[in-house]
Design a protein around this ligand. Sequence first.
Ligand code: ADE
Ligand code: ZN
Length: 337
Amino acid sequence: MKDLATFIQKLPKAELHLHIEGTFEPELMFEIAKRNNLKIPFSSADEVKAAYQFNNLQEFLDIYYAGANVLLTEQDFFDLTWAYLKKVASQNVKHVEIFFDPQTHTERGVAFQTVLIGIYKALEKGEKELGITFRLIMSYLRHMSEESAFETLQQSLPFKDLIDGVGLDSSEVGNPPEKFRNVFEASAEEGYKLCAHAGEEGPAEYIWGALDVLKIDRLDHGNRCLEDEKLVERLVQEQMALTLCPLSNLELKVIQDLNTYPLKKMMEAGLLVTLNSDDPAYFGGYMNENFLETAKAIDLSKEEIVTLMKNGFEASWLRAEDKEKWKNEIERIAKEV
Ligand code: ADE
Ligand code: ZN
């Protein structure tokens, strides 16, 4: 398997579904908690990791939001983002489009600007020093009200030039896309691109809602589209990209087993699917691990891996010429490895 690991390592990758708060490794959590004089209810990083056993999305979200509570200063958000960038640079990730959850922090009294600027400065440094290009997506929390999302939109406006799009995440079931119709429309009017989590735990109808009501440019997860043939047809016809996260799906029991992950079925149907890590500090794997574990479990060929990696750039919000450049680079390197 070393051969496959090397192949995956060497190819340039784009990550399109990544929550920066989900990259908070226990060691850094302890360090930041200590300097902010805050307590976390664990005595060691190993103890924290042992607590990461989830039966569903909500059990994960409860721990994820608790972890994020120790982030207070611009430096904290910078350190969090910089640690992620260094990690993915070592995995040959060349482009990232990352989510941040402003309300998780503004709700606790941390200013929008503190969060944004800390993250943004690290992204700028990453582009300069690590050669990783980026886009930034602020994600509305769907368990909160549309009014609160509107407040977040307002807070973002002075920094519009630093933010590329809006997303929708958190507890899916019971919080359908329709709840956010108006704020998505207003976000589009401000020039933001749109994406939303849908069909992770929620039904296929939520994917229809994300397409027809929210008018998304990209679909996060979307696994449950397979339950609806007409929906698959629509996604294929529009070449709507899906940002899949296999290890996340496994850890959150969205799927029972990676061996039955329906990725090949999705590719054969013509869906534009990409692989991503979602919340790597919590789900046991960054980009390379997501590719490798999936490839081993369902016996992906090198051609299929190449297609998935090219899809990552194709589905990105990079300029057309940059997409072409990276897809050609993947082809070139794949022949050499
Ligand atoms: N926030 C962070 N990770 C998430 C996920 N997988 N689904 C919904 N909201 C999230
Ligand atoms: Zn996600």
